[in-house]
Design a binder for this molecule. Sequence first.
Ligand SMILES: Cc1cc2nc3c(=O)[nH]c(=O)nc-3n(C[C@H](O)[C@H](O)[C@H](O)COP(=O)(O)OP(=O)(O)OC[C@H]3O[C@@H](n4cnc5c(N)ncnc54)[C@H](O)[C@@H]3O)c2cc1C
Length: 271
Amino acid sequence: MNLNTITEVKRPRTAEEIGRWEDGHAWLAGGTWLFSEPQVAVDTLIDLPSLGWPPLTATPAGLEIAATCRIVELHEFSGPADWRAVPLFRQCIDAFLMSFKIWNAATVGGNLCMSLPAGAMIALTAALDGICTLWPRDGKARDVPVADFVTGNHANVLRKGELLRSIRLPASALSKRFALRQGSLTHLGRSAALVIGTVGDRSEDFLLTVTAATPKPVQLSFSKLPSATELRDALDQRLPLEGYFDDVHGVPQYKRHLTRYFAEQVRAELA
Ligand SMILES: Cc1cc2nc3c(=O)[nH]c(=O)nc-3n(C[C@H](O)[C@H](O)[C@H](O)COP(=O)(O)OP(=O)(O)OC[C@H]3O[C@@H](n4cnc5c(N)ncnc54)[C@H](O)[C@@H]3O)c2cc1C
């Protein structure tokens, strides 16, 4: 839709060019959400693609995903053979309810900054121990784990004018085995539960990440693969019924049922 309150679009080459942050400014990434509803409080858009950040940078230490990396670019990524978790990228992308436009324009950073429960890029990067690098308007860059970046439904730790620069996935997480389960109330509907497990070669460092069913990512970590009972007990202790997200995509009881069921399937697949 047209945003008829916009009076200026800035296209900076560096983030420093923006200087002072004013009320009414908004970072513009793919624009798939920004242009999907009226933004009456916004008068200036600051285009992020014009910063020209390389979308994906792979090194022996891991993968740096620029916030401006588009979903379609992440989908095309194929890493070194020992990064066994790379196919998880596509599975998470497929879990993302998308039109052709979103597929080609939406960015990984935009998805994190929207901080919706069904943010599939949040699920992916949290499950792979992602670390966000944030650039405040004044002051030093800071790092925040993806699992702590989102604080609730459409809420996160970003301060006024702060920019999400990138997400780093360590090689240690990219080398793990993984399993994913996802369910929706309707065929191709928005995720009601998205559960990902990752584990090391000798069944060590099992990490279960629950998203979509909860307002923010919930993670359970175990030094070795738990039994079915241990996992179920830990899940119920960490996530009482009130911890599940209640919306049109499913009531808490339904989301709890899916989460318990998927968690056990994930555990069994990785056993
Ligand atoms: C029909 C439809 C279906 C959708 N389905 C889903 C879904 O299933 N799951 C889901 O999570 N989302 C969904 N969305 C919301 C949205 O399209 C996606 O979350 C998308 O990934 C946002 O990315 P973008 O690059 O287009 O962000 P934009 O629309 O450009 O920006 C989104 C918000 O994030 C801010 N922002 C963007 N990048 C940065 C940055 N680097 N630093 C700081 N702030 C930033 C913007 O200022 C804005 O407030 C849907 C939207 C539509 C219209």
